[in-house]
Design a protein around this ligand. Structure first.
Ligand SMILES: Cc1cc2nc3c(=O)[nH]c(=O)nc-3n(C[C@H](O)[C@H](O)[C@H](O)COP(=O)(O)O)c2cc1C
Length: 157
């Protein structure tokens, strides 16, 4: 199964998860880059507000064509119980109809994040979800084990 991991990260947690998943599954990987400055304390409130209200953003041109893959694994932090504007925009630009899709999150208070992101891919088949609390992600070795277990469940979908 040809697999692509697509992720957005602000502070690196989703990047660590994405790279671990890609290594585990031998998948290709694509980082989605938000061109809006999301760093620093002042960016926190607008980031949460943009996510909560379903705002899109400007993203850097992506390189990989998801149509070439069977399984797309999409990862990001949770922002205000919602998906991030960068991933929302990616999904607006890339049609994943007919694809298998798995989701991962670099925190665990998901709120409406899963429902909201699924609504952006009405014609995809969801095959898995992983949400790890940000504080658990500090333990890299434990995280790698949890991710390996999750990846094993994806191999048989
Ligand atoms: C604006 C904003 C809103 C957030 N809202 C939530 C939330 O609703 N639920 C949650 O579990 N974590 C929330 N977080 C925490 C991040 O999801 C968490 O720190 C995550 O590990 C960051 O991942 P990253 O390093 O890949 O950016 C929020 C963080 C930010 C910046």
């Amino acid at each position: 199964m040809k697999t692509l991991v697509v992720y957005y990260t602000r502070t690196g947690n989703a990047k660590f998860m994405a790279e671990t998943i890609a290594a585990e599954l031998g998948a290709d990987i694509e980082e989605v880059i938000d061109l809006k400055n999301r760093q620093g304390r002042l960016a926190f409130l607008p980031a949460g507000r943009d996510a909560m209200f379903g705002k899109e953003t400007e993203i850097a041109q992506t390189k990989v064509i998801p149509a070439d893959y069977d399984l797309i694994i999409i990862g990001q932090p949770v922002w205000a119980g919602s998906p991030t504007p960068a991933i929302r925009t990616y999904l607006k630009k890339n049609d994943l109809s007919g694809k298998k899709v798995a989701l991962f999150f670099s925190d665990s208070n998901l709120g409406q994040a899963v429902e909201k992101i699924k609504a952006l891919m009405p014609n995809s088949t969801f095959v898995g979800k992983l949400a790890l609390p940000a504080k658990e992600l500090r333990n890299k070795e434990e995280t790698k084990k949890k991710i390996a277990d999750w990846c094993n469940t994806l191999k048989i979908t």
